[in-house]
Design a protein around this ligand. Structure first.
Ligand SMILES: Cc1cc2nc3c(=O)[nH]c(=O)nc-3n(C[C@H](O)[C@H](O)[C@H](O)COP(=O)(O)OP(=O)(O)OC[C@H]3O[C@@H](n4cnc5c(N)ncnc54)[C@H](O)[C@@H]3O)c2cc1C
Ligand code: FES
Length: 380
């Protein structure tokens, strides 16, 4: 890893049109303490960020403070009921690690059930069902570090990046941060004021480059290469919709960036999986064609499972409180290790590394049972 000091940072010399700085914009009750949640938390602050996005802060009662302690870059999930079914959606925390403020940034997705409800109806005093912080889009911070961090955020993908960026700048005085922030246009940019404030406060330790579709720009190899000044970043954080993160990852590969230095968080793919876990119990007399032995919170239970349902669906159907959220292979909350037996291939996996796969970890929202008996461990 290269060591940088703030004094070594030279002004950027960039190919014209490759990266562009934007002018700064004007500033315009009682919870149930179950370890995995959900807990009923109350909204204590709502800030409108853009026409279709808000920042929401939840109050965390003292008895839940440890449960909701987060690392920069982690997300919570919000549980809602849509069409009679429980659904969960992940929302990344945008506050710095030292503040431990449970603040999220939510952008309304066209036709989206939960995001629209949050953006349009959440107000101070709204109570919501919240699942505690999780996720591995993080890095350990150390005041002795002198590193160059880079991030590429698309749209609402700025949310965890803002948390990481503000935490790095606050905790590691000798580290630098370079951000490429892609948006449709200037009006749709979340947290524009806060980013501008950080730029003003941190001087040359923070470099922000805006890429706007309205200017016919997309994040390209030239943008990424330009950030290699004065030294290549030690760590990369990519967050946003899957097409953008996939393209950036490929470009970084081509530029010879070590895959181990790239952290990835994917917010959405082409379509959301239509199969939700069946939370209702199966009708009496339903034949179970197989069984899954599940280790969860120190207990082992055996649950029936049909071949055409995911392991997660079988587990939840049996009333076990396994962790889950996106059901798209994005969040990693449903990860478990296969201890015995065989399950199907995962159609989507944006989380598990080759190493984890070789150790038998699977995303239980993505696999179904293949062998008649399967043993999975959520605790390991
Ligand atoms: C780990 C993780 C962290 C996340 N953090 C944030 C965050 O900080 N802020 C935030 O606003 N969102 C975040 N998301 C996305 C969020 O969880 C929801 O997917 C999003 O709010 C849409 O949910 P919905 O119920 O409104 O839409 P749905 O009803 O699930 O989907 C409606 C339609 O929109 C499409 N779609 C779903 N999500 C997106 C998307 N993000 N972009 C474009 N199209 C989409 C679907 O394919 C579907 O066609 C995160 C997702 C993950 C996995
Ligand atoms: S629930 Fe998100 S990856 Fe399985």
């Amino acid at each position: 890893m290269s060591i940088l000091s703030a004094a070594r940072v030279a002004p950027l010399s960039l190919a014209r049109g490759a990266l562009r700085r934007l002018p700064q914009l004007s500033r315009t009750a009682s919870p149930q303490p179950a370890p995995g949640g959900p807990h009923r938390l109350t909204v204590v602050n709502v800030e409108r960020l853009t026409a279709d996005s808000v920042a929401i802060t939840f109050g965390v009662p003292p008895m839940l403070r440890e449960t909701y302690r987060f690392s920069a870059g982690q997300h919570i999930a919000i549980e809602d009921v849509v069409g009679g079914r429980k659904v969960r959606r992940c929302y990344s925390i945008c506050a710095s690690e030292s503040s431990q403020q449970l603040r999220i940034g939510v952008k309304k997705v066209q036709g989206g059930a939960v995001s629209a409800r949050i953006v349009d109806t959440f107000a101070v005093g709204t109570r919501a069902s919240v699942i505690p912080p999780a996720g591995r889009f993080t890095t350990p911070l150390d005041p002795r570090n002198a590193l160059h961090y880079a991030a590429v955020a698309g749209g609402s993908g700025i949310t965890p990046v803002l948390s990481i960026m503000s935490s790095v700048l606050e905790t590691e005085p000798a580290s630098l941060f370079s951000l490429i922030y892609a948006n449709r246009d200037r009006q749709s940019m979340m947290f524009a004021d806060e980013i501008a404030d950080l730029e003003a406060t941190c001087g040359r330790r923070l470099r922000v480059y805006h890429v706007l579709e309205s200017d016919n720009e997309r994040v390209q190899r030239t943008h990424l290469a330009a950030i290699n000044v004065p030294t290549p970043p030690d760590q990369w954080f990519l967050c946003g919709p899957e097409p953008m993160t996939a393209a950036v990852r490929e470009n970084l590969d081509n530029l010879g960036v070590d895959a181990g230095a790239v952290h990835l968080e994917v917010f959405s793919g082409a379509t959301r999986a239509t199969v939700s876990p069946q939370i209702a119990r199966p009708p009496a007399g339903t034949e179970a064609v197989g069984q899954v032995a599940v280790r969860l919170l120190g207990q082992t239970s055996t649950v029936p499972s049909t071949a055409d349902e995911t392991v997660l669906a079988a587990v939840l159907k049996s009333g076990l409180d396994a962790p889950w959220s996106c059901q798209q292979g994005f969040c990693g909350m449903c990860r478990a290790r296969v201890e015995d037996g065989q399950c199907s291939e995962m159609p989507a996996n944006e989380i598990l590394t080759e190493d984890e796969l070789s150790q038998g970890y699977v995303l239980t929202c993505q696999v179904s049972r293949v062998s008649a008996r399967l043993r999975v461990d959520y605790d390991n």
